[in-house]
Design a protein. Sequence first.
Length: 727
Amino acid sequence: MKDIFLLTPPFTQLNTPYPATAYIKGFLKTKNISAFQIDLGIRVILQLFSKKGLVDLFQVLGFEFQVSDNSQRIFALKDEYIKTIDSVISFLQGKNPSMARQICSGNFLPEASRFAQLDDMEWAFGTMGMQDKAKHLATLYLEDLSDFIVECVDENFGFSRYAERLGRSANSFDDLYNHLQKEPTYIDRITLEILNERVAEIQPKLVCISVPFPGNLYSAFRCAQVIKTNFPNIKIAMGGGFPNTELRELKDERVFEFFDFISLDDGELPLELLISNVQNPNSNEFKRTFILENRKVTYKNNSTKPDYKQSDLGTPDYSDLLLDKYISVIEIANPMHSLWSDGRWNKLTMAHGCYWGKCTFCDISLDYIKLYEPIAAKTLVDRMEEMIAQTSENGFHFVDEAAPPALMREVALEILRRKLVVTWWTNIRFEKSFTADLAYLLKESGCIAVSGGLEVASDRLLNLIKKGVTVEQVAQVTRNFTESGIMVHAYLMYGYPTQTIQETIDSLEMVRQMFELGIIQSGFWHQFAMTAHSPVGMNPDEFGVIPEQNEITFANNDIHFIDKTGIDHNKFSFGLKKSLFNFMHGICLDYPLQDWFEFKIPKTNILPDYIATCLEKEPDFNTKPSAKIVWLGGKPSIKSFMKSKKGQTWQMTELTFSTKVDSFLITIEEEKANWLIKTFDLLTVNSGNSFNFAALKSDFETHFEDFELFWYSKSIQVLRQKGLLVF
C-alpha cells in the first residue's frame, strides 16, 4: 500500500522510461511520502509482443473485412512470429546477444513489407557491427507487426504514441469525449487489465497521471475513466508537458468526470498541496491547479508558498520501473538517431528553463522555459553517482532546453575530478562559448553527442528568430565538436514566417556544405509550427501571419495560420528530407539541388565554398585574464641534453607525454621546463587551485620574461592541442 501512484500512460519510448515520475518520486522521497510508479507503456508492449500475446492477437482476428496483401502475409506467417517473438524481445533487451548472428544470417525472422525498404546493410552497418545490424532487422520485424495491428486490430496503435490525433490541437473536448464513450479497444483492454491489478494491489489515496505528449492523452483519460469506475474513492490528478502547454485555457467541465485535479508547470509543490487536500478535505490551498468548483472549471492558485529550488528536489528515483525490460531498437541506419531509441539513459537536467529564452518560435512565455535556474555542478554529479548506484547504468541524457556552456564545463571538470566513467549527451545552442578547448574537455568527461538548433540557415532569419547565432558561428562550433570526437545533430526548420523560396534553397545549400565538410553528422528538417505561447503566436501581426481563430474550451497550442507570403512550404518537405537522408549517409553531396525537387527551384545564391571560408577565419588569439587554465594530461618523462648554437651552449629538456592513443614530445629550456612541470601540478582538475590566465602570466613573469613569446611558442601550442585548455 502506497500513498501515491505515479503513472505514465502508453506510449512514450521503448528503450528508456520517460523521467517525469522518477523526478516526482525523488522529490516525494525527500518528504517521506510513499509512492509507487509504473510505465504502463512498456508493460503493455511486453504483454502484447510475447508468445501468449501474439497467440491472443491472431485469435481475435476474423478477417471479416478486406485487408492488404501485407497483412495477409503476416497472418499466414503467424506461427513463425509466435515462435520467434520471445527470442527477439529478449535480444532487444540485451539478454541474448548471441542471437544477433542468427538474426543476421537470414531465414530466421519472418519478413513483410518493412524489409522491402531495407538499406544496403553493409553500407549502413559496415562500421557499426553485427549487434546493430541485428537490432535494425529486429526493429523492422516489430514494425511489420505494428503495421498489422494498425490495419487489423487498432488503427490508433504506435510504439511511441497512441491515438495521437485525438490529442493534437484539440481545441474542443468533443472528439476525445465521444471516443471515450466507445467500447475499449484491444490495446485498451490490455492496458486497463494491468492498471486494475496494480491499483488494487497498491490501494493509493491519489493517482497522479503524467501526460507528456498528445500521444499519451487518450490513454490517460482511459486510465482515469476505469479508476473512477472501479475505485471511486481514489482521487486522480493530471500533470506533465501536455497540460502545461495545451490546457492552460481549459473550460470544459466534462474533463472532471475523469480527473479531480489538473496541475500546471513545476509539479512538486502543486502535488504536495494536493496530497494535503486528499488527506484533509477541509484544506483549500492549491498551486496552479484546475478543479471543478460549483460545477465550473476553476483555476486555483491561492498558495503563497514559493516553488522549490532545483537543489531541493532530490535525485530522480527509478525504483519500481522495469529497467532491465526496456527494448533497444534501431529504426534507421543513423548513429545519432539511435541515441533516442537504442540503449537506456538516466535522465537529468542541468538547469531548469533556458538561459537564452529569446527564440521567437519557442514557448518562452511559459515557466518551463522562462524560469531559468541552474543546479550546482557538485549537486548534479552527486545525483549522477546516486543514479548509477541505483540503476547500474552510467549513461546520461541531460534533457535541458539548452544546456548552459559554463555549467557544462563545471560538470565536466567535476566528473573528471571524481574519475567517474560516464557517457552523456545533451541539447545546446551553437554559441561561440563552445570553443575547441571546451569541446575537448566535454569529450574527455564522457560527452558523446550534442543536438542543437541551426533552424533556418539564413542570417536574416536567424536574426528574426532571435536565435543569437550566425551561420558562420554555427559552422565553427560544429567543427569544434566534430574535431573533438563529439557527434553533432542539427535541428533544421523551414516555412518560418516571411521565409522566401530563395532562403529555403540557400538554407539547403548551407546544410549540404556542412555535411560535405563533415562538421555535422545528423539532422532533421521540421516545418515551422506556430504555438500559442511563443512570440509568433502571441504577436502574429509582427511576423506576417494570420492565425485561425477557434473557440478554446480544451487544448490550445498548435495554431493553424496563413502565411501572408502565400508560399506553400509543404511542397518542400519531401525534397528537403530526402536530400538530408542522403547527406547523412555521405552520398549525393555533389547532386544539383534541383535534383531533390520535382518542381522548378531557383539557383542558390550561396557560394560553393561559403562554409569552408567561415572555417578558415583566424581564431581570436586574445585570452581574457580571467580565463581558467586546466591541464588534462599526465606527468611527462624527462630527459636533459645540451644544445649548442654559434659557440653558445645551454641546457635543454625533452618532455615526453603519453596519451591514451599515442605519445608526443616537446623540447624546452631547462629552467622553463622545470617551471612548467611544477605548474602542471597546479593546473590539474584535482589540484584544488583555480588558476586563471592572469595568475599563470604573473607567476611566469616572476621567473622569466616574454610570457607571450613563451605562450605562443611551438611547444606550448602542441600542449594546447593535447590537453592544456583555456576557457
